[in-house]
Design a protein around this ligand. Structure first.
Ligand code: ZN
Ligand code: ZN
Ligand code: FE
Length: 713
C-alpha cells in the first residue's frame, strides 16, 4: 500500500512503477498512460471504474489460465469455504476466453452472468486487498455453478472418481470443452476407450497427478517442467522414461508421450481418487469439434462414456488442449489453443485489417488489428460442416470482441479447400497466397524478420502455382513475394488423396521412379492392395497419373513403407512419425546419400532417386530400420545444407527460415541445424505458432497486410 497523503508526488511515481513491477503473474501490460489531474476533493478510496465501451477501441482478451497454487490450497483445505469446490478461481487463474461473450471483460459479458454472487463473494470482489478483487468468474459453493452426473448421484465428483477407479470411461465438462478420461494404468480401459472412440493407433495424452508423478514416467527437462506447471498448462510432448511404466497401447511405437497436469479444480478433485495418471482426450466423435454443451454430450458422448460429469457453467468458446514441445530450450507450440488463444502476436507494424482464413488441416484463422495478429484457437480439420460452423462462430465472436471489420481476405491457392471456397463466398476483396510462401512468412513474422530469407518449406501437401502438389520447397522470399528456388523431383501422386492415407502408394511411385521397370524384381512386400499382383496395371497408373508431387512428407511416407515401418496410416502423418521414432535417438549421424541437383535454370530440381535406391538396398539386405531411418534423416539434412549453401552463393542471404509440418520432426531438426550453423547460417524456427498448417493463417495475414500497406503508401 502506498500512502499518498504523506508521500505526495513520489508516492504517485511509486504507484506507476508498481503497476508494472508488482503486476499479477499473468498480467500483460501493453502500455501505461499517465495523465496529471488536479486533486479532487472527497475521494477517500481506490476504485476501479466499470469499463465503458469506446467505439473503434479494442482490448485484448486473456486466454484461460490453469488453477493457481493459492486456489489449489483453498480447495484442499477442509476448513476453507471452497473446500472441494470445482469452480474456484481468482484474478490469477480460471476461465477467461472460454466464457467471454463480449468485451469489456466484465461478469455480465461472460457465461457467469446468471450466477448472482453471494455476500461473501461480493466482499472479496470489492476488496482491493483480496486475491479475488475484480475476479469476474468469482464463485463459491453457495452462489456458483454446480456439478451434476449422469447417471445421477448425490456426490457427483465422488461418483466420477468411483467410475474411474472401476475401469470405466468418464466424460467430463472441462474448461474449453468435454474430455474423455479413463485410468491410464489400466490397459483394458485404454483399449475400450480407443475402440469406442475409433481412434486407430493415434496416441492419447495423459494427465498426471503432479510434476513429481510426471517425472516418474517421463524424462523432463527444466523447460518442460516450467511448461507443464505454467499458466497455459498445455500438453507437453516428453520422452518416456525407460523401462516404460505405462501400457504400450497409450502411444504405440512412439518415444514421446503427451503429458499434462491438472488445470482446473475439477481435475484436481478427480486426482483425490487412487490413481496417478488419467488418459485425457478431447470429447468429440471422429473428426468433429469437441463437444461443449450438456445436451450435445448426451447425444454424442454417451456411446463412448459410461458416466458423464457436467455442470451448469456454459462454455461459450470451444478451446481444445494445446500441444507444445520444448526444443533447444524453447517452447514450440504445435497446437495453439487453450492457454494461448486468442493471445495476440505483435507484428511490429500497422497491419491494417485483414482476415486470413488458413488452409485445411489443423485449421486456424488470423485477423489483424493495428499491430496485432489475432489468431483463432486450433479449429480442427476444415473438412466437414461441423468444423466450418465452428470456424464461422469463432470468427463472428472474435470480429465482435475485437470490433474488427476486415477489408481483405487472404486464402490458400488450393481451389478445393473449404476455406478457399468460404472466402469466395464473402463480399470482400480476396487475395490468394501460395501455401509454402505462407509457411515461411509465418515463421518470419513471429521472428520479426522483414528482409529476404531462404525459406525451407517441407510438408505433406500444398497447392503450387503450377497446379501440382508442392511440399519440398526452397523459396527466396519476403512478405511481398517469392521465387521457387529449388524443389524435390516430381513423382506421380498415385491415387491422389488416398496416397496420403496409404504410404505404400508413394513407396511404389518413388521406387518406379528410381528403378524404372526393374522395380518389379525388388524383394519388398509392399502391397496390401491388388495393384501389386499386377505390375502392368501399376505401370499404367504410374504413367496415367497427371498429378505430381514434390512433397517431403510423401517422401517420408515412401521411405517409411519401404523400410517396413508403416504401410497404411491410421492417423495423419503416422508413417513419418513412426519413421522418426525408428531412428537412433539423440542425433547419431549416419553417412548421408549425396543427392544430385539439376541447376539448369530455376527452380533447381533435387534428385531423390539415389536416396530411394539406397533405402531400398538397405531394406532388402536386412538392415535394421533404425539404420535406414538414420540414413534418411542425415541425407535430408545434408541436402538442405547443400541447397542453402548454393543459394547463398547466388543471393548472399544468410538467414534461413524453416517451416512446414515436416519440421515438427526433432530428429530432422537436430541433424539439420548443426550442419547449417557450421556453414554460417542463422536459423529461424517457429515457437509461438505451429510449423504445421496451424500457422498458415499468420503467414497469409502478413502477406496480405503488406500488399494492402503498399497500396496505401
Ligand atoms: Zn487462483
Ligand atoms: Zn459465493
Ligand atoms: Fe503445409
Amino acid at each position: 500500500m502506498i500512502d499518498v497523503e504523506t508521500n505526495g508526488a513520489s508516492a504517485v511515481e511509486d504507484f506507476v512503477d508498481a503497476l508494472q513491477s508488482e503486476a499479477p503473474a499473468i498480467a500483460r501490460i501493453e502500455t501505461v498512460a499517465v495523465q496529471p489531474l488536479p486533486v479532487a476533493a472527497g475521494f477517500t478510496s481506490f476504485e476501479i471504474e466499470s469499463s465503458q465501451p469506446v467505439s473503434g477501441e479494442f482490448t485484448l482478451i486473456s486466454p484461460d489460465v490453469a488453477t493457481c497454487t493459492s486456489c489449489l490450497r483453498d480447495i484442499s483445505d477442509p476448513l476453507n469455504r471452497r473446500y472441494r469446490y470445482a469452480f474456484t478461481n481468482c484474478t490469477n487463474c480460471g476461465p477467461r476466453y472460454s466464457i467471454t461473450r463480449s468485451i469489456p471483460y466484465d461478469r455480465v459479458n461472460t457465461t457467469m452472468e446468471r450466477f448472482q454472487m453471494c455476500s461473501a463473494c461480493t466482499g472479496e470482489y470489492r476488496d482491493p486487498g483480496d486475491r479475488r478483487f475484480h475476479a469476474e468468474p468469482n464463485a463459491c459453493p453457495v452462489c456458483g455453478p454446480r456439478l451434476v452426473i449422469e447417471p445421477d448421484a448425490a456426490d457427483a465428483s465422488a461418483a466420477a472418481i468411483q467410475a474411474l477407479a472401476s475401469s470405466r470411461i468418464l466424460a467430463l465438462k472441462s474448461l474449453g470443452g468435454f474430455q474423455l478420461a479413463c485410468n491410464a494404468e489400466n490397459a483394458a480401459a485404454v483399449d475400450v476407450l480407443r475402440s469406442r472412440k475409433r481412434r486407430g493407433r493415434k496416441p492419447f495424452a495423459v494427465m498426471m497427478r503432479d510434476l513429481k508423478t510426471a517425472e516418474k514416467f517421463c524424462r523432463l527437462s527444466e523447460r518442460e517442467c516450467v511448461l507443464l506447471a505454467g499458466p497455459a498448462a498445455p500438453i507437453v510432448l516428453a520422452q518416456f522414461r525407460e523401462p516404460r511404466l505405462l501400457p504400450d497401447c497409450i502411444a504405440p511405437g512412439l518415444r514421446e508421450l503427451g503429458v499434462m497436469l491438472p488445470y482446473t479444480p475439477l481435475h484436481h478433485l478427480l486426482f483425490s481418487g487412487n490413481f496417478d495418471c488419467l488418459i485425457m482426450t478431447s470429447g468429440n466423435i471422429s473428426e468433429e469439434p469437441i463437444v461443449i454443451s450438456n445436451k450435445e454430450s448426451a447425444e454424442k458422448l454417451s456411446p463412448i462414456a459410461d458416466v458423464i460429469l457436467m455442470h451448469d457453467r456454459d462454455i461459450f468458446m470451444r478451446v481444445d488442449d494445446s500441444v507444445v514441445r520444448a526444443y533447444e530450450d524453447r517452447p514450440r507450440v504445435l497446437r495453439r489453443a487453450r492457454g494461448y488463444a486468442p493471445g495476440a502476436i505483435d507484428l511490429g507494424f500497422d497491419a491494417g485489417q485483414v482476415l486470413a482464413c488458413g488452409a485445411e488441416l489443423k485449421s486456424t484463422f488470423c485477423m489483424t488489428r493495428a499491430n496485432y495478429a489475432i489468431l483463432s484457437q486450433h479449429l480442427g480439420d476444415l473438412e466437414n460442416f461441423e468444423t466450418l460452423q465452428f470456424f464461422e462462430e469463432t470468427l463472428a465472436n472474435l470480429k465482435h470482441v475485437y470490433r474488427a471489420e476486415p477489408r481483405l481476405i487472404a486464402h490458400d491457392l488450393h481451389p478445393d479447400y473449404m476455406s478457399t471456397q468460404w472466402a469466395a463466398r464473402q463480399p470482400l476483396e480476396r487475395m490468394p497466397v501460395q501455401h509454402h510462401h505462407a509457411h515461411i512468412a509465418s515463421c518470419m513474422a513471429e521472428n520479426g524478420l522483414r528482409e529476404r530469407v531462404i525459406g525451407v518449406a517441407f510438408d505433406g501437401t500444398g497447392y503450387g502455382t503450377d497446379g501440382q502438389i508442392w511440399g519440398g520447397e526452397f523459396l527466396i522470399c519476403d512478405y511481398s513475394g517469392f521465387h521457387r528456388a529449388a524443389h524435390l523431383r516430381y513423382v506421380p501422386l498415385i491415387g491422389g488423396e488416398r496416397a496420403i492415407r496409404e504410404p505404400y502408394r508413394m513407396a511404389a511411385s518413388h521406387l518406379r521412379d528410381a528403378f524404372g521397370e526393374s522395380y518389379r524384381s525388388l524383394d519388398l512386400s509392399l502391397w496390401p492392395g491388388a495393384e501389386g499382383r499386377n505390375w502392368d496395371l501399376f505401370d499404367r497408373i504410374f504413367h496415367r497419373t497427371k498429378l505430381m508431387t514434390s512433397s517431403v512428407g510423401r517422401l517420408f511416407d515412401a521411405v517409411s513403407a519401404i523400410a517396413g515401418v508403416c504401410r497404411v496410416n491410421s492417423y495423419e502423418g503416422e508413417a513419418a512419425i513412426l519413421l522418426e521414432a525408428a531412428g537412433t535417438e539423440g542425433g547419431a549421424s549416419a553417412e548421408p546419400v549425396e543427392l544430385s541437383v539439376v541447376t539448369a535454370g530455376f527452380p533447381w530440381v533435387i534428385d531423390t532417386r539415389p536416396l530411394i535406391r539406397e533405402i531400398a538396398r538397405k531394406s532388402t539386405s536386412g538392415h535394421a530400420t533404425s539404420s535406414i531411418a538414420d540414413t534418411f534423416h542425415s541425407s535430408i539434412a545434408h541436402m538442405i545444407r547443400t541447397i542453402c549453401v548454393r543459394l547463398h552463393e547466388v543471393t548472399g542471404i544468410t538467414k534461413v527460415c524453416m517451416s512446414g509440418g515436416s519440421f515438427q520432426n526433432c530428429t530432422l531438426l537436430s541433424r539439420t541445424l548443426p550442419v547449417l550453423r557450421q556453414s554460417g547460417f542463422e536459423i529461424f524456427l517457429h515457437s509461438k505458432v505451429p510449423p504445421n498448417d496451424g500457422g498458415i493463417s499468420l503467414g497469409q495475414a502478413v502477406i496480405a497486410a503488406t500488399y494492402l500497406k503498399k497500396r496505401r503508401d
